[in-house]
Design a protein around this ligand. Structure first.
Ligand code: KIV
Length: 263
């Protein structure tokens, strides 16, 4: 039996051991990922990895609720994070209305919000109303168009100061942990040291409080591009293609189904 993490057990890992977070979008994979992860993130990256879009911006609340429900069903003993899609937390009222939907329509344990000092009032409003929040600072995929691309953060002193300020604002607003994405490793390490809650990195080096990867990236299923920070633990795409080719050949040659597959 897998023991489900709680907000307090997640916070207690700080300085003790790194946290393992991974994304999932469906029950099948969530079940496979559950035994080896502390937290499952239903990321709006599903819009790219699952729905084949070029960015996360068109993800809807309905999609997030559907996929979060699937993940919660497949991994009932996992701490599940539901990403709030672009445009669903533009002000306190909208954010609370949408976050309440996550809590009422799924069994997710918290929501995730992109932004630092600029989103502190929204994070504070959600946490004051009983919604647990995971922050997300650094490279913010939902800002890809306004920033003109995906840019690694922390390359200048000013960016470093901003990241630390963002992390402190997210913590002060009541978030229990945060993701830091696409940041220089040394800077991410300083950010992690500057707060008392876990800072989970993606493309942010090893000196943070845990790591998160998109499951389809680390299983080698997503072929469109491979960011530098991704390690492929499996050549999933080749394995799947080979298996389907074998099936196709056997169907064409009438080698499948055999006697054992036949009623
Ligand atoms: O949507 C997502 O998968 C994420 C991760 C990249 C952290 O936000």
């Amino acid at each position: 039996m897998i023991k489900k993490m709680t907000i307090s057990s997640i916070i207690k890992t700080k300085g003790v051991r790194p946290l393992v977070m991974i994304t999932a979008y469906d029950a099948l994979f969530a079940k496979l990922l559950e035994p080896s992860s502390d937290m499952i993130l239903v990321g709006d990256s599903l819009n790219m990895s699952f729905a084949g879009k070029n960015d996360t911006l068109s993800t809807t609340m309905e999609q997030m609720l559907y996929h979060t429900n699937a993940v919660c069903t497949g991994a009932p003993n996992s701490f599940v994070i539901c990403d709030m899609p672009f445009g669903t937390y533009t002000n306190k009222k909208t954010a609370l209305k949408n976050a309440i939907r996550v809590f009422q329509e799924t069994s997710a344990d918290c929501v995730k919000i992109e932004g630092g000092t600029d989103k502190a009032d929204i994070i504070a409003h959600l946490t004051a109303n009983g919604i647990a929040v995971c922050g997300h600072i650094g490279l913010l995929p939902q800002s890809v168009r306004s920033e003109g691309g995906y840019r690694v953060k922390g390359k200048t002193e000013e960016e470093k100061r901003k990241l630390i300020k963002d992390a402190k604002a997210v913590e002060a607003a009541g978030a229990f942990c945060m993701v830091i994405e696409g940041a220089k490793a040394g800077v991410a390490a300083e950010v992690a040291k500057s707060v008392n809650i876990p800072v989970i990195g993606i493309g942010a080096g090893v000196e943070v409080d845990g790591q998160v990867l998109v499951f389809s990236d680390m299983l080698g299923l997503f072929e469109a591009f491979t960011p530098k920070f991704v390690k492929k633990y499996l050549d999933g795409a080749s394995l799947v293609k080979e298996a389907v080719k074998n099936y196709s050949d056997e169907v064409k040659n009438k080698e499948f189904p055999q006697e054992i597959h036949t009623y």
